[in-house]
Design a protein around this ligand. Structure first.
Ligand code: CS2
Length: 487
């Protein structure tokens, strides 16, 4: 037996499930990038809105790079289980907010058709940093990327989010339909502004007037999103299906904590997500910076150090004094130049992060977080670094964190069969391999402008800090570098 509309009534009593009439729910939100995070976060907040009786806000989810979610969830009528792992054990909830899942290459234009329908009021996104095709350092659209070129050449069958959004907006404009709001829920600073910059730059390459219209008419609110949600494992599938007494092909396991802060700028209305605990605020930048720097910055550091010390999960990595001491020092460097949202105690925020990282029920793989470092480093670590440089402060711990990424790259480059999961992997691996001499390795990797810009390599005291951090890590007995770096 599998989870679906028909079997909902047969779930064990303790499991929450949709209490509203799913058949009455409007399809008004299209979500691009329907992965674990969206299903643990925005869909959960939307579920609370539906449960309150406002049935105007159902989600059509779409996979962008793959149709795997469609294959898993369509036979389940979009239903899936969300397992929140808190200190009091896990809490299972079957979520009904996703009414339909489309996906990937086999989409047949259905997605575009829904996006241009007047009933679609919000198009939301979780496509990860690289899904925006922006240069990670400058934030400019990389128009020459093959996927972007392909969408510009074949505008009727777009595959990227930019091609899809611009095409749908163009068609809405041509037929007098108001534009939907574009809601980025990715871990990018000023994510709404970045999404807008990417969409407008793409539109500019299609038609300048369209680009102007988008600039004027389309809302791109910024958001801060937070919930630690590892990729689902087969063990999770088996455990949750056993608790349901029926098969769920793709449940989501997440932590109990969740936070969503949203800029209230929607042109076709929006759900009252406060019902689910979200907050509307005009202080988004401060919220985003605190989260990106304090959480994601240390998360990435943990991931690289975890990979270098053979720690499979974040919770495992948090057992190692080398790592916890370094994180404590890193949080101090981060907090010293952080402008926090009003009323937020950053020391308490950091304490809560430590609790979240050590949650034994969350098996968040360091390898997963270590992915796409080139896209993550700028906003997670380099933004703090630049603020400290501006303030004339040294940054030995940030330098060590960046050095950990460099060691990870070097280790990958020299380990036969290892691949670097990163859109800039070719560049990074090439630079990592040129030399075996530590100071040269550091300079070579630091010369990758898309990650580091041009300012850092020209800063002699930072380069010295980074070289010291790199050498210290290579000498550390806990760190197993795969190659013998000539010290
Ligand atoms: C993580 C994030 O994979 C990663 O890079 O740092 O996905 C992190 O778990 C979330 O941002 C938490 O909200």
């Amino acid at each position: 037996m599998k989870l679906c509309n028909q079997t909902l009534t047969q779930l064990p009593a303790g499991i929450q499930r949709p209490s509203y009439a799913r058949s009455q729910v409007a399809r008004s939100i299209v979500h691009l990038g329907v992965g674990a995070f969206h299903r643990a976060h925005q869909a959960m907040y939307t579920e609370a809105v539906l449960a309150s009786g406002d049935l105007a806000w159902g989600i059509v989810g779409a996979g962008i790079v793959s149709s795997a979610m469609k294959t898993a969830l369509q036979p389940q009528d979009g239903l899936y289980t969300l397992a929140a792992m808190g200190p009091q054990g896990d809490q299972l909830q079957v979520i009904g907010a996703i009414l339909e899942v489309l996906g990937g290459e086999d989409d047949d234009g259905q997605l575009l058709q829904i996006m241009r329908a007047p009933s679609t009021r919000i198009v939301s996104l979780t496509v990860t940093e690289k899904g925006y095709y922006l240069d990670p350092s400058s934030g400019d659209l990389q128009l020459q990327m093959p996927a972007i070129q392909a969408d510009l050449a074949n505008p009727a069958t777009p595959k990227t989010i930019l091609g899809l959004i611009v095409r749908a907006l163009q068609q809405r404009r041509a037929t007098g339909i108001a534009p939907f709001t574009v809601l980025s829920c990715d871990n990018l600073p000023s994510n709404g502004k970045r999404a807008k910059a990417a969409v407008v730059a793409f539109a500019q390459a299609v038609n300048a007037e369209l680009a102007d219209w988008i600039t004027r008419e389309v809302a791109f609110p910024c958001t801060m999103v937070d919930r630690i949600t590892p990729a689902t494992t087969d063990t999770d599938r088996a455990n949750i299906s056993a608790q349901l007494g029926m098969l769920d092909a793709w449940p989501v396991v997440t932590e109990a904590f969740s936070q969503w802060v949203i800029e209230d700028h929607f042109t076709m209305g929006r759900p009252d997500w406060t019902i689910g605990g979200a907050v509307f605020s005009d202080e988004i930048e401060a919220w985003e910076n605190m989260k990106l720097r304090c959480l994601n910055g240390t998360h990435s550091t943990l991931a690289y150090l975890g990979q270098l010390t053979g720690r499979e999960t974040v919770a495992d990595a948090m057992q190692l004094p080398l790592i916890t001491h370094l994180l404590d020092a890193l949080w101090l460097e981060i907090r010293e130049v952080l402008i926090a949202p009003q009323g937020v105690d950053t020391a308490a925020y950091v304490e809560s992060l430590k609790q979240r990282y050590t949650n034994p029920a969350i098996k968040h793989r360091t390898a997963q977080i270590a992915m796409d470092g080139s896209q993550k480093l700028p906003q997670r670590l380099l933004s703090t670094l630049r603020d400290r440089i501006k303030a004339g402060l040294p940054s030995p711990t940030l330098a060590t964190a960046i050095a950990a990424w460099m060691h990870f790259a070097v280790k990958t480059a020299h380990t036969p069969g290892d691949k670097l999961n990163d859109p800039l992997s070719d560049d990074i691996l090439a630079q990592a391999k040129i030399s075996l001499q530590p100071n040269e390795i550091v300079r070579n990797l630091l010369s990758i402008q898309k990650v580091f810009g041009t300012d850092l390599i020209g800063n002699a005291s930072f380069v010295a800090e980074l070289q010291a951090g790199f050498t210290d890590l290579a000498r550390n007995p806990d760190v197993a570098t795969a190659i013998q770096i000539a010290l």
